[in-house]
Design a protein around this ligand. Sequence first.
Ligand code: ADP
Length: 426
Amino acid sequence: MNSDQMMGNLADILIVDDEPNNLRLLSNLLKQQGYKVRAVLSGEMALSAAKLMQPELILLDIMMPDMDGYHVCHQLKNNSETCQIPVIFVSAKDQGFDKVRAFAVGGVDYITKPFQVEEVIARINCHLKLNYLQIKLEEQNYQLQVEMCQRNAAEKALQQQNEHLRQEIERRQITELALQKANQELARSNADLEQFAAIASHDLRSPLATINGYAQLLQMCGKGQLDDKSNEFVEQIIKLCDRTDLLIGELLSYAHLNQTPEQFQLLQSDRLVQQAQENLATEIYQNKAEVTYDALPTIIGTESQFVQLFQNLIENAIKYRREEPPRIHVSAVLQDHDYLFSIQDNGIGIDEQYSEHIFQIFKRLHAQDYPGTGIGLATCRKIVEQHGGSIWLKSEVGQGSTFYFTVPTAKGVVERQMIAAIGHPN
Ligand code: ADP
């Protein structure tokens, strides 16, 4: 029911009176005003009618034989289905009407016979409106409570999320601290390694050079005087000195890679391959090797390290050769934000199961048959990773190997630096 319906007098009113004449009179009066009217002659009938279909207002006679108006009202108010219906008592002037009791049992008003039509209509309208507003208010209250419950639930969820966030931040801070500590320790151990390498290079290399020098003197001065066995021993000493010097040198350059990287610069990679070729001129000549390369891209990095990278890979490709002359081809293709370089050879090949193993320092597969220190590929990996790339190989024993490594393009380098500075967008 809305207020227009009520104001349009469409309300359903139940009239209860044991006097048929009174009932008819009041009934006609209200019908004339446009109300829908139901009329009953007793309290019992009133209770049933109200339960069957709840009226919007009840006009209830006080004096009735079986059940008086007070009792009817009391029962209406005690029933959850009918307790909301406003009850206006009707009493004759000369009847002993107990107003206080009428209000105590739940009546909202009373009118006295004989009626003054305007007064009856005014009171009915007033209580219909009051009741309508009360129902509206209760509905709004209920709605408000539902909203409050929803808000409380949302607030609780927000608090939980905040708590999760706080814990996450705390976890990240702890991880960051651990990372900082690990970085500091790494920096310290790198510095220690550097220092050790410097001392080792000085303290080992100079006596080694002296031993080598004396051995060579002995070889020269003892010519014709030393027997074959002694000559062989001296030669072994010189060879071992050379090998140990090479090992120290390679260890030293491996340790140097830990230093803060030099300023990155633009590098023409075909120039880097040429430089590596020049450094390996003797090996290339002696092995009748052929080194070819496609058009190669410009990259960003540290020149000396990239020359060393190409040099190590080409040197290995020559060293681990088969009978036929070594054929080495260098090429590069663009893949997303990286250049993918490949160095292909026709050498002895590597069993696939060792393709990770050989990148570890001092790991060698052909130690008996080929000279070497086992530092070359570990150095290559370090160089590639320090430039933000990765290195791997594909090979077949007896067929040759292809070593692959990636280098970020200029765009890739900038992106990685930005991610490192401000974190990943995800
Ligand atoms: P080194 O050459 O001094 O032994 P590296 O670290 O350069 O050390 O290489 C590790 C091992 O990987 C080598 O001992 C060799 O067994 C294997 N290897 C590296 N390059 C090749 C290649 N191009 N063909 C076959 N085997 C290779």
